[in-house]
Design a protein around this ligand. Structure first.
Ligand code: NAD
Length: 330
């Protein structure tokens, strides 16, 4: 069984690639290696995969790869993934997330594959305004940021290609991931890095926004289960039930690192900041028999430990981040 994995040098994609190799899949990875992609994440499996440095918006090259490799299953993780960057400039989000997904779907339709796993996000549903309620797979999409709009478009394109052309698409909507190898622009690695350097920790608004935290190995594991047992044309939410306010996430990390809460600095809120996301996961639990294994307290301990042990990797990313931080945290 041959897997073609897009975005495999990214945070979640690389976890998926490492697991795919362990499970014995024939594994082909496509990645453009943007600022967010890094082959170091794949070092432990580099001699067991085939890697193409390729942009999913380059149709000719994507066609060439599909014809040469003849994958059975496509798992599409590649995306511009950071909401704050989409607010600074939506253009690459529209290009990669919408046009890139369309190209992959076109090529998959024209060359023929068994399954196309289209990775979306809980952000396609928009926001929950209170601490009550959940998103179900049939909740209407109502995205608010340029990022989530681009992901909702890609999600809907996948379902349109299933309905219209019969491309065997399965849509997966995971909640916020955290864990090893996450690029230090996202909340958890930013907090770890700033705390270690005793620098002010920027927290949007009053830190009241709520996210549902899914450990990265659980997310990859869910996708393997969906590949095995999921139904073509269906949508699956992938969540953990582990909801936390951002401020509580920050406090947990400070507590593990034994750093003072006085490092917390509230900054101007992100424009259009969604208050809360929460996924109902009855469908994946009942139909696929999958449930997240890692509780937040365990996952955050493991994550902080990993960053402490791999701090040189994180520090190498700092040179790309200083200018960016100045633009977003004001
Ligand atoms: P990431 O930013 O760490 O990785 C994205 C990867 O895609 C990078 O390796 C990058 O080089 C590659 N890429 C970007 N543009 C490309 C292009 N045009 N052609 C080929 N490769 C390209 O992202 P992530 O956090 O690992 O997220 C992976 C996927 O999961 C994304 O689709 C994201 O929307 C989705 N998702 C992420 C989360 C989360 O919390 N991180 C939650 C739900 C869904």
């Amino acid at each position: 069984m041959k897997l073609l994995i897009t975005g495999g040098a990214g945070f979640i994609g690389s976890e998926f690639v490492r697991q795919a190799v362990k499970k014995g899949f024939d594994t082909v990875v496509i990645d453009k290696l943007t600022y967010a992609g890094d082959l170091e994440r794949l070092k432990e499996v580099e001699d067991k995969i085939k890697f193409y440095k390729a942009d999913i918006t380059n149709k000719e090259f994507i066609e060439f790869i599909f014809k040469k490799e003849k994958p059975d299953i496509v798992v599409h993780w590649a995306a511009e993934s950071h909401v704050d960057r989409s607010i600074l400039d939506p253009t690459p989000f529209i290009e990669t997330n919408i046009k890139g997904t369309q190209i992959l779907l076109d090529v998959a339709r024209d060359t023929g594959i068994q399954k196309f796993i289209n990775i979306a996000t809980d952000e396609v549903y928009g926001e929950l305004e209170t601490e009550e309620g959940q998103f179900y797979e049939d909740t209407p999409l109502n995205p608010n940021s340029p990022y989530s709009v681009s992901k909702a478009s890609a999600d809907m394109l996948g379902r349109a290609y299933y309905r219209t052309y019969g491309v065997p698409v399965i849509t997966v909507r995971p909640s916020n991931n955290y864990g090893y190898w996450q690029y230090p622009e996202k909340l958890i690695p930013v907090v770890i890095l700033k705390a270690l350097n005793n620098e002010p920790i920027p927290v949007y608004g009053r830190g009241e926004n709520i996210r549902e935290w899914l450990f990265v190995s659980d997310c990859a594991d869910a996708v393997f289960e969906i590949i095995q047992k999921g139904k073509i044309g269906e949508i699956y939410n992938v969540g953990s039930g582990e909801e936390r306010k951002n401020i509580d996430v920050v406090k947990s990390i400070l507590n593990i690192l034994k750093k003072p809460e006085s490092l917390i600095t509230f900054v101007k809120d992100r424009p259009g900041h969604d208050f809360r996301y929460s996924l109902n996961t009855d469908k994946i639990e009942k139909e696929i028999g999958w449930k997240a294994k890692i509780k937040f307290e365990e996952g955050i301990e493991k994550t902080v430990k990993w960053y402490l042990e791999n701090i040189s990797w994180v520090e190498r990313k700092l040179k790309y981040l200083k200018d960016y931080w100045e633009k977003v945290y004001r």
